[in-house]
Design a binder for this molecule. Sequence first.
Ligand code: CP
Length: 325
Amino acid sequence: MGRYRLWIMPKSISSLLDFQDFSVEDLNDLFARSFSLISQNKNNLKKESSADLRSAELRRTVALLFFEASTRTRFSFEMAACRAGFYPTVFEAGAKTSLEKGETIEDTILNIAAMDPLALIIRCGDSVDLSAMQKQTDLPVINAGWGVAGHPTQALLDIFTLQSRWGSDVRGKKLLFVGDVRFSRVVSSHLELAKKLGYQVAQCGPVEFHRESDQLQKFSNLSEALQWADAVMALRFQFERHEQNQALAKNEFVEKYSLSRHSLKDLSAHAWIMHPGPINQGLEMQTEVLHDPRCLVLDQVRHGVYLRQALFSWLGIGEEMGANK
Ligand code: CP
């Protein structure tokens, strides 16, 4: 931890709900920490001694509270916590929790906060006011996917992945979202992050999926959109947020907007293909695309662990001196 003290630390910030309070320098510091962790892992020189393992038992926990389904984010935060030397304890909403007895999500969060973990990592719907929850606790709160409001660690890991191909300066680069932009919390966070880091964003899809935003250039034709893009990110068709009557719309969507070997002929050989996951294969993305050499989907997942591990030190979580609290 000592070596990080020389790096820029966000002052008086210990939570990540959105990017409002972070400067470009803060964000670059997080990306630098994440890259540094990749090299450390590659070298893999450090062997845990039995003393390390014993002291690990004394370390404290980070609480993962997942009130909505997740595979990547939950497992990635768990792995990041382990690699950072913390114990992840996971609350997974569903059977056998007191939510079943009528306890509210807000009370659940405050009760787990009262058990004094090092941090709260929360995935929840729009009905929860995460900003209000953060004000009711002294603990760092990390947004792990909050309704349509945002998914900041996903946007960060997406850009971190692109930086690994483009280099750290992403100003002027063109990121295209294809599909369900309207309901995407990933897009919400990218709109914020793009303003800070200077990359351009665009959307392509049927009008029902469009988001009203001056920041997002609009394309209705996938071929034109792909020719514009330096990277394209397909987004999950969010069945649960649309009307039942989607059979026809789905067929039309696949025909016009699905990323496939055929449609991706219009994407530059030097551009990249992404998806935050989970993927509806055969809908927004055809299975064959996962084998395209331009496809970075699993790089995104891999980088997510390093980014989240770096986030812990960046926010000062578990640092005894509390230097940035
Ligand atoms: N990208 C993402 O948030 O995936 P999960 O819903 O599986 O966490």
